[in-house]
Design a protein around this ligand. Structure first.
Ligand SMILES: NC(=O)c1ccc[n+]([C@@H]2O[C@H](COP(=O)([O-])OP(=O)(O)OC[C@H]3O[C@@H](n4cnc5c(N)ncnc54)[C@H](OP(=O)(O)O)[C@@H]3O)[C@@H](O)[C@H]2O)c1
Length: 351
């Protein structure tokens, strides 16, 4: 296919300053990125998943993003419109999806065009049976779930494995439940509120426990002491850790995507907060009752070989609700939805 005409400018959701979604996110016209390096791939974006890291970065609560204006967004799907000389296996016109190495700008996927690279992050061909919205919201959340389970879960090789997923209805949690069920001989219990119980069962959880029910949580702690091999924590905070750590077997692992502060980054915590969090993590790692791990990196090298095939084979599906699909120009609403901490599955921008 010949290279299509690429406009010099494009629409993007720009974070013009750190702050609330309304203060920060503006639907602006900016320069379209161009292929500059041999491994670059320019994608006309069809959908971009929205992740908590972007909302926290936009709010100015996460170290990393600097000097607005910035275009946030890591996950994307779309059509290749240009590529560098060293790109192999992809052609102009191909439908692809993937994730940039960093979702915090400056040139992210909340835009009509995004510059990906075959040398960093992840990019794979999109199977026809996956919609652009499904494919475009996979990267960060599924990689996080994969890393929390396979990268650091230390699961036994033989026998039945019991996994507890905290926050099973969210973006990472819905992938964690499904990914855990792809591992042979696995029993998965999802912690979610009653309103999301049916959904969490429908994606494969063998059982759910309603975290809003004191009786149900007390029964979990009492009846299932030292029975779990792995807890995948997608909520964070001390409360879950303190209540549930003893439901792990002695050699079990508490694998957190968040750490000791619930929804870390939803509020500003300052230098003292970060230092105290670091000290708590170190304390749990060195002196905690069980193995303690925190997801701090992404398995991009496994994306094309181990992660994308699970979607291609239909073993894992993106959980998408119509009410969580937003047009790019309505990105403020998408960030507000995510910041409510009540979204189910993924929040997606359509472009
Ligand atoms: N370490 C990393 O590299 C990494 C990568 C990705 C994400 N993360 C972090 O992982 C966390 C989860 O991300 P996400 O995208 O899954 O978030 P999310 O989609 O916003 O999670 C929303 C879900 O969490 C549930 N929830 C909220 N409070 C809960 C509680 N106390 N107990 C159980 N469930 C609760 C909500 O269900 P209800 O409405 O029923 O409460 C909702 O369905 C975020 O803090 C994110 O920053 C870390």
């Amino acid at each position: 296919m010949t290279k299509p005409t690429i406009p010099k400018t494009m629409h993007a959701l720009q974070a013009i300053k750190f702050g609330s979604p309304e203060e920060s996110l503006k639907y602006n016209e900016i320069k379209t990125p161009e292929v500059a390096h041999p491994a670059d791939i320019l994608v006309k974006v069809k959908a971009a998943g929205v992740n908590q890291a972007e909302a926290k970065g936009r709010a100015g609560n996460f170290p990393g993003p600097k000097n607005p204006p910035l275009v946030f967004g890591g996950d994307y799907s779309g059509i290749i419109v240009d590529k560098g000389a060293k790109v192999t296996g992809f052609n102009i016109g191909d439908a692809v999806y993937g994730s940039l190495k960093m979702p915090i700008g400056p040139n992210g996927s909340y835009a009509e065009y995004v510059l990906a690279s075959q040398d960093s992050g992840a990019i794979v061909s999109k199977p026809d049976h996956l919609s652009f919205e499904e494919a475009g919201s996979v990267g960060v959340a599924l990689c996080t779930a994969y890393q929390a389970i396979t990268g650091m879960g230390n699961l036994p090789k033989e026998g039945t494995k019991k996994i507890l997923v905290l926050g099973a209805s969210g973006g990472v949690g819905t992938f964690a439940v499904q990914y855990a069920k792809t591992i042979p001989d696995t029993q998965v219990v999802g912690i979610c509120s009653d309103k999301n119980a049916e959904l969490v069962r429908s994606i494969g959880a063998d059982r759910v426990v309603d975290y809003t029910s004191k009786e149900a949580m007390d029964a979990l702690v009492k009846d299932e002491a030292e029975t779990y091999d792995l807890i995948v924590d997608c909520v964070g905070g001390d409360d879950y850790y303190n209540r549930l750590v003893n439901t792990l077997k002695k050699e079990g692992t508490f694998s957190t995507t968040v750490g000791p502060i619930m929804h870390i980054g939803a509020e500003k915590i300052g230098l003292t907060g970060w230092l105290s969090m670091g000290a708590t993590i170190l304390g749990r790692k060195l002196f905690g009752a069980r193995n303690y791990q925190m997801v701090l990196s992404f398995p991009w090298d496994k994306f094309s070989t181990e992660i994308a095939p699970l979607l291609a084979d239909g073993k894992i599906k993106t959980v998408l609700k119509d009410s969580q699909l937003f047009d790019l120009k309505d990105g403020v609403q998408a960030h507000k939805k995510l910041e409510s901490h009540r979204s189910v599955g993924k929040v997606v921008l359509r472009i």
